[in-house]
Design a protein around this ligand. Structure first.
Ligand code: DC
Length: 405
């Protein structure tokens, strides 16, 4: 069974949800789901009189739409009946129609099922109005973005101007107010923050500022673990733990000068596992552990750690990573979380250390998140299973193991 984290981002029209949701999804290498685009697609294809259709007919028409998601981050693509949803849904008029159609319980029900089905097949940043309250109430990370209507009106106005479209600021702000009114006051799934959502007023923040708030909220637990990894405890006063004992008695150490080596594309994949008992695994799967969402935290920890490998391993070169990811598979028998870390670069030296650090930090984070309920978990079998690029070429471990993340 794959474990699939969900992050929800709700808020009113024009608050910048799409930009931010795409960026958060890119950072985490997971898919981005624009649920407004689903309502807009139905509004455009069913036409302005859809809400007046008899219930059964409307239900039947809704069944005719099949949604699918491809890709991740900024490259996520929403498909409806096999075709990518295009820019034709992005007009103010379609937005208004969508807002009206969104008051229909039949339409909402149909789209809720479609959205949940997408959330069951892939990890998501889901953006909309009722993601945290209705569609994904168990999501571990929930955000509600808000901003004053006049600020949102101005942002939308600038967006339209930049696209070379004619725009009237007062009219846009008024339309935003009307949409707010419809979205906040409808009877079914009105726009409102989930009780456990982090509310962020973006009126006086730029995109970078909001992004920092969101990523910090997801990454805080990961950062704490990293601090523990970076500053190992001393066992007696003044005496370090064994971490640096390989340096040798005379203290002669040296970094290899890789300046003459060729720049090549380099990839490393490392796997490992955290064995735990079935009870702990069950709590992890049900998001019921006291510190929160284990695998999202471990993924962020692993990616952040990969980027800091040169700070941790004394003679390791700093390498500009072009990609880092940590994936998981939950194994029921014997119970364990299987970890796979992948790092890539175009450089003169390999990225095996980065993948090892990513996998080990993810494993340590899993341990930290679960240790309140089990102390005797075992972190094991962290090993390089694949490496390519450089003078020594491709390495593939024969006993690469079962994970397949
Ligand atoms: O986010 P957007 O402007 O593209 O959404 C268009 C309309 O769709 C919005 O005014 C209300 C509706 N909507 C909704 O009711 N619930 C969602 N989860 C997403 C959008």
């Amino acid at each position: 069974m794959k474990y699939l984290p969900i992050i929800t981002l709700d808020g009113p029209a024009g608050v910048g949800k799409s930009t931010l949701a795409k960026q958060v999804a890119s950072i985490l290498h997971i898919a981005y789901l624009d649920t407004g685009a689903m309502f807009r697609t139905l509004a455009l294809r069913l036409g302005p009189d859809a809400a007046k259709l008899p219930d059964e007919e409307l239900r039947e028409r809704c069944r005719g739409f099949r949604f699918r998601l491809e890709g991740a981050g900024e490259k996520s693509v929403l498909l409806c009946n096999g075709e990518p949803v295009g820019d034709e849904i992005r007009t103010e008029e379609v937005g208004r129609l969508a807002s009206r159609l969104a008051t229909s319980p039949i339409v909402r029900d149909a789209l809720k099922s479609a959205q949940r089905a997408l959330g069951e097949s892939t990890s998501l940043v889901a953006e909309g109005r009722d993601m945290g309250t209705v569609v994904f109430p168990a999501a571990r990370f929930k955000f509600f973005l808000d901003a004053r209507p006049e600020v949102r009106g101005l942002r939308r106005f600038r967006e339209l101007e930049a696209r070379g479209e004619k725009a009237d600021l007062a009219q846009i702000t008024e339309m935003i107010r009307q949409r707010d009114d419809m979205d906040r006051n409808r009877a079914v799934a009105p726009l409102k923050p989930a009780p456990d959502a982090l509310i962020v007023d973006t009126s006086d923040l730029d995109v970078e500022g909001v992004l920092r708030v969101l990523v910090d909220a997801v990454a805080q637990p990961a950062e704490r673990i990293l601090e523990e990894v970076r500053c190992p405890q001393t066992s007696k006063a003044g005496e370090r733990d064994a971490a640096f004992s390989h340096m040798g008695a005379d203290g002669a150490i040296g970094m290899v000068d890789v300046g003459e080596k060729n720049v090549t594309r380099r990839v490393a994949i490392v796997r490992g596992a955290v064995e735990m008992n079935a009870h702990t695994l069950d709590l992890l799967k049900r998001h019921a552990l006291p510190k929160g969402d284990v695998l999202v935290t471990a993924q962020v920890a692993g990616i952040m750690a990969a980027k800091r490998t040169a700070e941790l391993i004394p003679l390791c070169h700093p390498v500009p990573l072009t990609y880092a990811d940590v994936r998981f598979e939950v194994r029921d028998e014997p119970p364990a979380v299987l970890i796979e870390a992948e790092t890539r670069t175009n450089d003169r030296t390999g990225v095996e250390m980065e993948a090892i650090i990513a996998a080990q930090t993810a494993a340590a984070t899993i341990y930290d998140m679960c240790k309140a309920v089990q102390k005797d978990m075992i972190i094991r079998d962290v090993r390089l299973v694949y490496k390519s690029g450089g003078r020594t070429g491709t390495f593939r471990r024969e006993d690469a193991g079962e994970t397949s993340c």
